[in-house]
Design a protein around this ligand. Structure first.
Ligand code: ZN
Length: 669
């Protein structure tokens, strides 16, 4: 019922599940298809159930010692012996798969036989209500498809493959072994040959690809849409791929990849991309962003009686806007450019001009007026912007086997390694990505897609189609195809260095893999700050990428610096680059709040009144009465008051505590 691979790892693992391919949740109460079907209760009584409760002869209740309870949707109908219950269950299953069944076809018939201590309460439980999970299996006796539920499944004998059938015991068989996987999990080719966590990762990433979200893009105004501009159908497909018309919504590109470490740019899950492939359009993509404008909202905000789109202000026409108040389609807008202008229909005054706030340049994809036919009906408009997002260093890619990586460099095609026939790979994949991850499915996909591209057909990569032994070994199947095309049986080839032109000492594994571009892009994530906005209260830098904030150096990072003895670095991070502050403290009384300044009569002598106003000469003193007494000077600085470097939050803390009648004294030496 639920896919074992399609669930997130970490916290919600197993709690956030996905239905398997053929599993479904019933939205309606199950009804018998035949019109003259007898009520289920009567049918059960005719099959030999003894009625219980008010309708029973003499109001007899079912005794659990002799009879097992028979329930419909949790309501006890009557009782029957264990043997009778089993017979009734078999009979009901036969009725379920009739062409026009007398009982609901999706009814769950759970017969729980009396078992040992700890087994569920025995009885015959029938369920017909909605909100139940059902899935189809093959009923071997009739050869028809029966819908079963989760409770009965545990007490049924369902074989997966033909070889699992035990004659006389097995009553049902799976329609297909791939039915246990969800749609997304079913799109991973050869997923049966991967380590299972990798299939889980792919289920996560398959949903983050930039692909083909819709074909009605021109009519849609989604907030944000990702679109791959050069998508391809995968060379290795599963049966589900065509069944669910995934060819209409491709979400990746077939890339020639060579498994090799070439320079240091493919270390730690980084991948080298052929610049030639990039120039030819590999993984080019765009983002569509739509701004919705409601004239009524603007009118209310700006206090217009009636708002209209306009491009006129007091000085004439607003630059870059058309008479309809919008930029023309196809125009490039940079930060600060007007997106639309709304003015008062009565005229006069400057209109409200909305600006492009993004630092990234965008193009106007389309402008749509929403409303009726008459001009006065135009109450809303939507403006779609297109942001070109071609791959840049740091963008994320992944194969369909949970093998994600970031683009580390666009390598010139002339310096890429090449095969004897002159093929340069699109992507260089580091071989260290395989041993610990054990994504054999990706290795097989490389062979399969390579032979498929040689012979000119799509390969079937449906999981469980091959076996690891016998005459159905995937490597042999595709190896023979490769050999027939004149390639090495195992898919490796000698490669020549693109830099020196020398042949490389070892043959390299090279093939074709379907690569997905994931929607995590550096241009959405990079964060940079030298100095910038700070929190008013604490004077510490604020957080947040959008606001130009910093990245928190938290407790754990502090611990790490401590453990390395990097005291100077920590001082720099936590004080100098944060809320460094100079406060005056009194060394005599140790107070941070009493030291103050006042105009010095002595030092002000000779200053003109205007000078004293603009640039008064101040003297430092401690306002603590005891300190005033002890101070040597009446006019000059109090020698006991010293400047002190501290984090501003510390001073703030002293103030807060003082407000609660807690005094803090510093012992300054
Ligand atoms: Zn003092």
């Amino acid at each position: 019922f639920l896919c074992p691979a399609h669930t997130p790892d970490g916290g919600p693992c197993g709690l956030l599940s996905h239905l398997s391919l053929k599993g479904s949740v019933l939205a309606y109460e199950a009804k018998a298809e035949r019109e003259d079907a007898p009520p289920l209760e009567d049918l059960l009584l005719s099959l030999g159930v003894t009625r219980a409760g008010a309708g029973a002869p003499g109001g007899r209740t079912v005794s659990s010692h002799s009879l097992l309870p028979v329930c419909i949707d949790g309501r006890i109908i009557g009782g029957a012996s264990s043997v009778d219950c089993k017979r009734i269950a078999v009979c009901l299953r036969e009725l379920k798969v009739e062409t026009k069944p007398r009982v609901p076809a999706t009814m769950e018939v759970a017969f729980i036989p009396p078992g040992n201590k700890g087994s569920p309460f025995p009885g015959l439980y029938l369920f017909t209500l909605s909100a139940r999970m059902v899935r189809p299996v093959l009923q071997r006796a009739t050869g028809k498809t029966e819908y079963i539920g989760p409770l009965e499944q545990g007490f049924m004998d369902i074989a997966c493959l033909d070889e699992d059938i035990r004659e006389g015991v097995t009553t049902h068989q799976e329609l297909d072994p791939t039915n246990m996987l969800s749609l997304i999990a079913n799109l991973t080719p050869f997923s049966d040959q991967n380590q299972s966590p990798r299939n889980m990762y792919q289920c996560q990433m398959g949903k983050q690809t930039m692909g083909t979200p819709a074909h009605s893009l021109h009519y849609r105004n989604d907030n944000k849409l990702y679109r791959l501009l050069t998508p391809q159908a995968p060379l290795v497909q599963t049966t589900i791929h065509s069944e669910y018309k995934m060819d209409e919504y491709p979400n990746g590109t077939n890339a020639v990849i060579a498994v090799m470490s070439y320079t240091g740019f493919d270390m730690e899950d980084a991948m080298i991309l052929n610049k030639g492939s990039y120039d030819r359009g590999f993984a080019h993509a765009t983002i569509y962003k739509t701004v919705d404008i409601n004239l009524d909202d603007v009118a209310q905000k700006e206090g217009y009686r009636e708002a209209v789109f306009t491009n006129k202000n007091r000085h004439g026409e607003i630059e870059k806007l058309e008479p309809d108040g919008f930029p023309s389609a196809g125009m490039k807008v940079t930060e600060g450019d007007p997106l639309y202008a709304v003015g008062d229909a009565a005229g006069g005054g400057d209109p409200y001009v909305a600006k492009h706030k993004d630092k990234e340049d965008a193009f106007v994809q389309n402008v749509r007026m929403l409303g009726g036919d008459t001009p006065s009906d135009k109450l809303k408009a939507s403006l779609t912007l297109r942001l070109p997002r071609n791959p840049v260093i740091g963008d994320k890619f992944s194969s369909r086997h949970g093998q994600k990586g970031v683009l580390s460099i666009l390598w010139p095609q002339s310096d890429m390694p090449f095969t004897e026939s002159g093929i340069t790979p699109d992507i260089l994949f580091n071989p260290h990505g395989f041993p610990s991850r054990m994504t054999i499915g990706m290795l097989v996909e490389m062979m399969a897609a390579k032979s498929g591209s040689c012979h000119g057909f799509y390969q079937n990569g449906t999981p469980f189609a091959f076996h690891e032994s016998g005459d159905q070994v995937s490597i042999d199947y595709f190896g023979e195809q490769l050999q027939a095309a004149g390639y090495n049986y195992y898919g490796s080839e000698p490669l020549y260095s693109g830099v020196s032109g020398c042949i490389m000492h070892a043959d390299l594994y090279i093939g074709v893999v379907y690569y997905q571009r994931l929607r995590h892009m550096v241009s959405d994530k990079y964060q940079v700050r030298a100095t910038g906005p700070t929190n008013q209260l604490t004077r510490q830098p604020i957080k947040g990428r959008k606001k130009g904030g910093g990245i928190r150096l938290g407790e754990m990072e502090r611990d790490s610096l401590l453990s390395h003895g990097a005291a100077f670095l920590m001082h720099d991070r936590l004080l100098n680059c944060s809320d460094r502050h100079i406060a005056y403290a009194c060394c005599r009384c140790g107070d941070l709040l009493n030291p103050s300044t006042e105009r010095s009569t002595l030092q002000t002598a000779g200053q003109s009144a205007a000078e004293a106003m603009n640039k008064p000469r101040l003297r430092l003193l401690c306002r603590n009465p005891a300190c005033r007494e002890a101070s040597q000077t009446e006019t000059g600085n109090d020698d006991a008051v010293e400047p002190l470097i501290m984090p501003y939050v510390y001073r703030y803390l002293v103030n807060e505590l003082a407000a609660m009648n807690v005094g803090m004294k510093l012992d300054i030496r």
